[in-house]
Design a protein around this ligand. Structure first.
Ligand SMILES: Nc1nc2c([nH]c(=O)n2[C@@H]2O[C@H](COP(=O)(O)OP(=O)(O)OP(=O)(O)O)[C@@H](O)[C@H]2O)c(=O)[nH]1
Length: 138
């Protein structure tokens, strides 16, 4: 199916907590929204649940198995060329060895450092809630 600009693309993202820090990923030159930070994840495939999607994406992008702790409220954000529904999940690592496949790099941040990053615009709308949630859980 050809996607149109009017369609809302559902995108999952993982807020992975480990040892009190949160993983953020820098989008690379080859990706749209280059050099912006995001939480790893991606678009939901046809027939897939959001939970299945985020587990698949994290295996593909970071070679990690994750467990979902909590699904947060999603946000809808319109970029000039697309509208996305960003569905965030708080997660922990269940297995695997971190290997960065697509991103420029990933880094671990203390919750209070997250606000200083140059985030993708949609993430700016979830970051306060993410920090509030992870400070309770770390
Ligand atoms: N994974 C992820 N994507 C995000 C976040 N915030 C955000 O705006 N996005 C956007 O959601 C889309 C996710 O698409 P994707 O990762 O599956 O694939 P992609 O880069 O090829 O997307 P593209 O079609 O925009 O080029 C991208 O447009 C990306 O910019 C986030 O925190 N995590």
């Amino acid at each position: 199916m050809i996607s149109t600009t009017n369609e809302v693309r559902q995108v999952t993202c993982a807020i992975i907590i480990d040892n009190g820090k949160i993983l953020a990923a820098l989008r690379s030159r080859q990706m749209s929204e280059s050099w912006k930070w995001e939480f790893p994840g991606g678009k939901i495939d046809d027939g897939e649940t959001a939970e299945e999607c985020i587990k698949r994406e994290i295996t593909e992008e970071l070679a990690l198995n994750i467990s979902i702790t909590e699904r947060l409220t999603s946000v809808i954000h319109t970029y000039p060329s697309k509208t996305i529904e960003l569905i965030p999940f708080i997660c922990t690592i269940n297995g695997g060895t971190l290997h960065v496949v697509e991103h420029e790099k990933v880094s671990w941040f203390e919750p209070e450092k997250l606000k200083s990053l140059n985030w993708a615009e949609a993430d700016l709308r979830i970051i306060d809630k993410v920090i509030e949630k992870v400070q309770v859980k770390v």
